[in-house]
Ligand binder design. Sequence first.
Ligand SMILES: Cc1cc2nc3c(=O)[nH]c(=O)nc-3n(C[C@H](O)[C@H](O)[C@H](O)COP(=O)(O)O)c2cc1C
Length: 214
Amino acid sequence: MIDLGDIRKQYTQGRLDETTAADNAMTQFHAWFEAYRASEPLEPTIMTLATVDEHAQPWQRVVLLKAYDGDGFIFFTNYDSHKGQHLAHTPKASLHFFWIEQERQVHVQGTVEKLDRSAAEAYFHSRPRESQLGAWASQQSRPLRDRAELEARFYELTEQFADQEIPLPDYWGGYRVRPNRLEFWQGGEHRLHDRLEYVREGQDDAWRKQRLNP
Ligand SMILES: Cc1cc2nc3c(=O)[nH]c(=O)nc-3n(C[C@H](O)[C@H](O)[C@H](O)COP(=O)(O)O)c2cc1C
């Protein structure tokens, strides 16, 4: 057994206090996200997305956060992928942000809906041409014989769409996670971490905020 019990870090970066934290969970998210972004991490928009399949088996993977506002968190993907199939069956997800530099994590739960096609169009066409071709070339999450098959498809599509706008594939688009719970965690000394939970019952309801034991 590789014993890792001696790897131990103290968390001392800051405090999270219910009297100064925002009353609106998304306002609090914005403050923390901006602080994280200002620290110039390699890839500020990374988040872990968890879905469940039809057997209640949880799955996780990293996706990129492409936008957020009071209505929720937006990411883009292939609707036929594993995650797309899970969300068609169970339109609920959990998002997780882990910001080690600040000793913070944010945990989100919510319901998921597909974005309008017009929003997907706008984002798709803002991507580099090669990424658009990549979305066409990849039947995401399906078995692939070898890499050569994928690259051959990519080059065929490059020729097929030469000198023309690349259309948005039917199976590609965005999702919005509409949160009903957010939890903010700030590491503390002696494992006395700060945890604030925000919950709301309905989309228009106010957020209820409470402290949780670490
Ligand atoms: C840094 C990083 C960013 C990623 N961004 C996305 C993304 O925005 N959308 C996406 O569909 N997959 C993204 N992926 C790939 C996913 O993690 C995953 O492999 C893919 O979506 C297939 O997942 P699924 O089979 O569970 O549906 C990213 C992976 C990494 C490591």
